[in-house]
Design a protein around this ligand. Sequence first.
Ligand code: MTE
Ligand code: MO
Length: 586
Amino acid sequence: MSSGPPEDDPLASAPNDAELQDEYLQQALLSESGAHPRMSLTRVHIRLGRRFISIWWLLAAVAGLGVAVVVAAKLYAASSSGRAFVARHVCIAHASSAPVGVPAFVRWTHLLSFVFLIMIVRSGLQVLADHPRLYGKVHCTPGREWLRFRGPVPQDRVWTAKDDAITLSPLVGLPGGRHTIGVARHWHFIFDMLFVINGIAYVVFFFATPWFHRLLPTSWSLFGEAASCGVTYLSLHLPQGATAWVRYDALQQLSYFAVIFILAPLAILTGLAMSPALDNRFRWYTRPFGNRQIARSLHFLVMVSFVVFFLGHMALVGLTGLAKNLNHITLGSNADNLNGFAIWLLVVVLVIGLNVWAVRFSWTHTRILQRVSNATVGRVMDLLFDHFAPKVQYERKDISPYFWPNHIRLPEGPEWEQLRDGDFRDYRLKVHGLVEHPVELSLIELREMAKQQQITMHNCIQGWSGIAEWGGLPFSTLIDLVEPEPEAQWVMFYSLAKGGDGGVYYDSHSIHDLRHAQSLLAYEMNGERLPILHGAPLRLRVENQLGFKHVKWIGEIEFVRHFSERFAGYGGYQEDHEFFGYRDEI
Ligand SMILES: Nc1nc2c(c(=O)[nH]1)N[C@H]1C(S)=C(S)[C@@H](COP(=O)(O)O)O[C@H]1N2
Ligand SMILES: [Mo]
């Protein structure tokens, strides 16, 4: 019986981070080609019924609507009823207890949320580029997406989700390149955590000080006043009266309130709704957002709303007295000098510097970024998510009509061909390592042991998902059969296929996760024999983890003390080669 990983994989003996990083960089920065187009507005199409039309038409329609609204507002504002409405609802509310000025706390949290959001949006776009389609239903059927950033899915060949990923310029995405979702997620989650901490600090301050008088809507009249502001702004005038130093106008108050107390929480909640650990355990949590795909679409629309708000906010800051406004928000002074403007310029330069540094760091210190993320984000995920055993079951009617295939390489070579051509009669699953009873099991033996069926949602890290029925051997039965030794805490799954850069595709799971009722060695999909495309003869299901950890074409299983003993030591092929997080439950 062999011990250790199969094959003479060079990485098994000499894991070399520098080489892996180099390979990663080369792959990710492969120049744009037909198969890997760049994300650009020109390629974005939105679906109208059965047809996809260019996003430019939508933008033109929005611009046309904007002009029409301005004309209507101008006509209304000039009419007697419009004048009466604006006079009756005073745009600048007279909240008497609101504090004057901008406290240091608000200025700092404002600055930090700006910096964090830039990083979050840029890395989020990079994540989006890895599956550049957005769906309005639970299924991810090609042609049924409502928004796409590249052309239709080719029908004449197998087209995996990896094939579908597009390239992003580092000017737009963090870190830029193609299929750099692992690194993008590290930045995304690190800055998410900072954003949340900053947000919590702000909310505490908000309710602990009189500052809440500035923003909290406490009377219905505010909406009439905001409408009056709207008529004024849209007819291209500025409201007269007190400045933001003393109080916000009603529209400003409502929009700031909405951004902080509606948009930001929605960003967090819709983001969490994409987690397999949450979705496959607490369906009630995802349900208000519909499902993972709708949550993903909403997450995107929240991002668009932030960007639109940001542009409008900047424009109005400029139009309503740039120098003073910037003094308010940077220095907390009401002076008319250019000090605030100078500080603003400095911040812009520093933020650009931060982004240039982050892109460079992503490529020169990829492993360090991954380790920092594992030690922070990974730890938090362990603490928050790890004890949730997946248990959600869907019904037959929920099964997805289309299930994306995903891999870079199928198994190959004469041994594989022999197995495949023999209908896997000669297939033997080898289970070894730190166990009392190592075994080799044929498919027939596996089928005879115990069978479980489950209808679950598969969550790919790239963004797509699919519901399918899986039938196979509950992993706990295998654990009981082989009796792991006490020091065995992790289980390695070695595929018969290689990964994209060569070397055995593998991943690892804790025995804790594998004892969950929904951890399965599957040989059936949707009531039929598992197709080769989806991992025949045997593939893994561990429903609280992302798809890349569900190894297909399993050849060997090894019980070990810790995954760090194998290959480069980060827990799996994608963790070693693509710098993914060490267990991705979100
Ligand atoms: N051997 C092997 N297993 C693999 C992969 C792979 O590339 N090689 N891709 C993983 C990824 S990223 C996903 S999302 C799922 C996809 O499973 P599917 O092809 O059945 O959809 O398989 C996982 N298992
Ligand atoms: Mo995946």
